[in-house]
Design a protein around this ligand. Structure first.
Ligand code: F6P
Length: 322
């Protein structure tokens, strides 16, 4: 049976959203459905910023970062009157299914919408934070990690030339995944994340020993924004270790950039799985990738749980916290 499927991006943008939108449109069309595009996320649902999708609208977007559908964080969607308006917009256009590419806040919003009006949806996890429970991977993470790697490699050049310490604060909201993975892949000496207890005394003793006996001339520290420790650590290195220290807050540069190969391929896997899940009668499933396998989980298993970083990864990074 042919369905009207609206595809939207919601919450913080991330690389991989565009390939996911393109693939969802093309695959839904192949399967005989009528895909639509929602611009401006949840706000666009309310405002009726929805158009029939065409090949032309999704061509030339695969390599672009961010989301060509734009995104928003809508407070209005919490209000049933605005949700009713969104439902009326969908009804008028003959849309009876939704695919949302975003984070767990967006999934929860659409689950409420499903409870209100019975419009099934499928969720595709997309956030650079990699903090969605039930999936090992969210779209945008690999691109963000590569952005960070490139920046930290550049910072290392100046740190080593000038014998300085650099503290690099990375995003992730309350999750340390980006910081942890970056610290390991960039060879940082220090890594502070919310998931690991730090000990500055042990760290200090190690660094002083390396400076005095092992020829250490510079230090790289990667700190997750969720620890709120970047400023303090910079001053601590300066004052307690005695090495001139600078702080770099990478900020939104981490959210941009052309999606990596991994993000493009993951987007295709998740997008086809989302269309298939809706066709199989799923009403509120979130696409996941776990232990090397693709699948989907009910929203309750995702939105009701807390994401936990792989303990093996945590063990590898533990020495970097002292
Ligand atoms: O959730 C993605 C993210 O980039 C977080 O890492 C960061 O804390 C937050 O969004 C920044 O939000 P905003 O773009 O609204 O400043």
């Amino acid at each position: 049976m042919s369905h009207g499927i609206a595809i939207m991006t919601s919450g913080g943008d991330s690389a991989g959203m565009n390939p996911a939108v393109k693939c969802a449109v093309e695959y839904a069309t192949q399967k005989g459905h009528r895909p639509f595009l929602v611009y401006d996320g949840l706000r666009g649902l309310i405002d009726g910023n929805i158009v029939p999708a065409s090949r032309e609208l999704v061509s030339g977007i695969l390599h672009r970062g961010g989301t060509v559908l734009r995104s928003s964080r809508s407070k209005e969607f919490f209000d049933i009157d605005y949700r009713r308006k969104a439902f009326e917009n969908l009804k008028t256009l003959g849309i009876d299914r939704l695919i949302v590419v975003g984070g767990d806040g967006s999934f929860r919003a659409l689950n409420q919408f499903y409870a209100d009006f019975g419009v099934p949806f499928a969720g595709i996890p997309a956030t650079i934070d990699n903090d969605i429970a039930g999936t090992d991977y969210c779209l945008g993470v690999d691109t963000a990690l590569n952005m960070i790697r490139q920046s930290v490699d550049s910072i290392r050049d100046t740190a080593s030339s000038f014998s300085r310490a650099f503290v690099v604060e990375v995003m992730g909201r309350h999750c340390g995944y980006l910081a942890l993975t970056s610290a390991l892949s960039c060879g940082a000496e220090i890594c502070l994340v919310p998931e690991i207890e730090y000990n500055l005394d042990t760290l200090g003793a190690r660094l002083k020993h390396e400076i005095a006996n092992e020829g250490r001339r510079y230090v790289l520290a990667i700190v997750a924004e969720g620890t709120k420790m970047a400023d303090y650590l910079t001053r601590w290195i300066n004052d307690s270790i005695g090495m001139e220290a600078r702080l770099t807050v990478l900020g939104h540069v981490q959210r941009g950039g052309s999606p990596t190969v991994l993000d493009r391929i993951m987007a295709y896997k998740f997008a086809t799985a989302a269309v298939d899940a809706l066709d199989a009668g799923q009403t509120n499933a979130i696409m996941v990738y776990r232990d090397g396998t693709y699948g989907h989980l009910p929203i309750q298993a995702v939105a009701g749980a807390k994401y936990k970083i792989d303990p093996a990864l945590l063990r590898l990074a533990r020495p970097l916290a002292g």
